[in-house]
Design a protein around this ligand. Structure first.
Ligand SMILES: C[S@@+](CC[C@H](N)C(=O)[O-])C[C@H]1O[C@@H](n2cnc3c(N)ncnc32)[C@H](O)[C@@H]1O
Length: 578
């Protein structure tokens, strides 16, 4: 995939989410909030007035817009007072966007006034970059071009130009936002950077040290974007559902508001974080929007519908998805994105207090230059066929909480998200891992794949991290993940002295030679597991060295999934190298 395609996809992902969040918020208020409906009526009058005055001020030949005309119009707009209070800003924003939409429909003569309306809305919108992206998808092209010209003319406004051509322009602020990502991410304090490395024809992203470290040193600590307990522990109530800490059942905080999916927490802070990130949307009957937005009470039928959807999804997670964290991780991820978008819209338009727990989370998931989507869109994924009905059950939960949310989880998007979770999740374990995980009847290639050097059967749960997702595998790794806080916080520990510039690698699978296991068998076991779960023939030094010593060649470089499948089949039948 070219970097341009990736950039466009990243934009599309973010814009889609913002549009959906805005549309859902708007629609929800329109349906449920009497005051809001009254305000809309008033706004309509204002819009009509605004259109009338725009029409009246049109010069007679205003089909084509010259730079001078544009400059004059811009100066006039900039001389206008911008509303100050959040409520006024919101009303102004709505008026201007509606006026822009209606003017744009009236033909070329009205393109400039339409663009000016959209431009006015930009001046009060909390995330102008995202709004430009929304405009790019929704506003007629000639009008959008005028909005771009207006922003270009206005040097004092730092709104980037998100047209496709600009992505090829080295000086474009948008290009900088997309490609500058790896300059700003990971944050310097992590002591690592992401580099693209090529082995033969295959290029991969690698995590590289930016400082020297000593053996045993903690290189960085990282909180997950999303985490989930293994389903047997989730049901047992022995671990915190949010941070995955082990707890005494008598000390735990139970969540009475979600009978469908019982959760326990180790602290009020974890309970509050879980609720604000995902739990309230997925498994409670609480209104998903913050208190600041008044609404009519929800009917008992609607509540029943929501209760039923949650119960069905919970049953699915406990039975059919049993042993697989990906569907729950995806549900929590989507809910977290929705909550973060909504709280951003609401906190910035209505001055409401943040609904998040305030945990230090460098992903900027709750505002800031890069969003959760920016991080997640860039991660690699494996093609997956979603389990039957799992998407339907999830969208029913989302839709019963807020009509319209189902647009966030199309089949394609859902499959990609599952594939991302499966490729990038780490198994969380501490104190040497656990025993007694129930065995599954799944085929090996269908079992949970989470990078865990102790093996999946020792993990207590799964979690996805942004920085650590970039770590490549080696059977002779330079670092190891550790969970020394006894929670899902990942500590990356150096396994030997390492120098700045060295690539960091972890073991995705158990690479230790077990008692009674020969070198051949150990090599075979881990290579099969990597090929089945991770779709690559391991090219690491250890595999190479052992292969040479044992006189077996290896199919390094097998990256094409169809070729890999064949290679794997031959290898399993002892008929060829992998
Ligand atoms: C979670 S991603 C790791 C991120 C990866 N470093 C990247 O390129 O973005 C896992 C995938 O990276 C690839 N990968 C990881 N380690 C590798 C290695 N040592 N050699 C070749 N491919 C590797 C495999 O395709 C694997 O399924």
């Amino acid at each position: 995939m070219s970097s341009r395609t990736t950039s466009v996809l990243t934009f599309a992902g973010i814009a889609a989410l913002s549009v959906v969040a805005y549309a859902v918020y708007f629609d929800y208020k329109r349906r449920n909030d009497v005051d809001f409906r009254k305000k809309l009526k008033k706004d309509k009058k204002r819009v009509d007035k605004s259109i009338a005055s725009s029409k009246a001020s049109l010069p007679p030949d205003s089909g084509v817009v010259g730079t001078e005309e544009l400059r004059e119009a811009l100066e006039q707009v900039k001389a206008e007072q911008v509303p100050v209070s959040p409520e006024q800003k919101e009303a102004y924003f709505m008026t201007q966007v509606s006026a822009g939409e209606q003017l744009a429909l009236q033909g070329p003569m009205f393109y400039l006034p339409a663009a000016l309306s959209f431009y006015r809305a930009l001046r009060v919108y909390p995330s102008p970059v995202e709004l430009m992206m929304i405009y790019q998808k929704t506003v007629p092209e000639p009008v959008f071009k005028l909005v771009i010209e207006l922003t270009n003319l206005d040097v004092s406004m730092s709104i980037p130009k998100p047209s496709m051509d600009d992505l090829d322009d080295e000086t474009s602020p948008v290009k900088d936002r997309v490609e500058g990502y790896y300059v700003k991410f990971p944050p310097k304090a992590f002591g690592v950077k992401v580099e693209t490395r090529k082995t033969g024809k295959i290029s991969k992203k690698a995590l590289v040290l930016t400082k020297d470290v000593k053996a045993g040193e903690v290189i960085y600590k990282e909180y997950p974007i999303v985490a989930a307990l293994d389903s047997d522990l989730q049901a047992a109530g022995t671990h915190c559902s949010y941070c995955l800490r082990s707890l005494e059942p008598s000390m735990s905080i139970k969540s009475p508001e979600s009978p469908a999916f019982e959760t326990v927490y180790c602290s009020a802070a974890c309970q509050s974080s879980a609720k604000s990130q995902h739990h309230s949307l997925l498994f409670t009957l609480e209104r998903p929007l913050p208190q600041e937005i008044p609404s009519e009470p929800i009917t008992s039928e609607k509540l029943d519908e929501r209760r039923k959807a949650q119960a069905q999804f919970a049953t699915y997670l406990k039975t059919e998805a049993n042993g697989h964290a990906a569907p729950l991780l995806v549900a929590r991820f989507i809910a977290r994105q929705v909550n973060s978008e909504l709280s951003k819209l609401i906190t910035q338009t209505a001055n409401a207090p943040s609904t998040t727990s305030g945990e230090t989370d460098y992903t900027d998931a709750d505002g800031g230059e890069y969003l959760l989507a920016d991080h997640f869109e860039r991660l690699r994924y494996v093609d997956m066929t979603p389990p039957k009905d799992s998407l339907k059950l999830l969208t029913a939960v989302l839709d019963s909480a807020m009509p319209g949310l189902d647009a966030l989880a199309t089949e394609e998007r859902y499959a990609t998200l599952l594939g991302k979770m499966a490729f990038n999740a780490y198994g969380v374990f501490y104190d040497g891992g656990r025993d007694g995980k129930p065995a599954t009847n799944d085929r090996p290639e269908d079992t949970e794949r989470t990078r865990t050097p102790l093996g999946t059967s020792s993990q207590i749960g799964s979690a996805v991290y942004t920085v650590s997702s970039y770590l490549a595998h080696s059977c002779q790794p330079t670092v190891r993940p550790s969970f020394d806080a006894g929670t899902s916080q990942l500590h990356l520990i150096a396994l030997r002295d390492l120098k700045a510039g060295e690539e960091l690698t972890v073991s995705y699978v158990d690479t230790t030679q077990h008692e009674g296991e020969s070198v051949v068998d150990c090599r075979r076991r881990r290579r099969m597991e990597l090929a089945r779960g991770w779709k690559f023939a391991c090219p690491c030094e250890r595999c190479e060295r052992e292969g040479k010593e044992l006189g077996v060649s290896s199919d390094e470089g097998v990256q094409d999934a169809s070729k890999l499948e064949k290679s794997l089949e031959r290898f399993e039948a002892n008929e060829g190298p992998l």
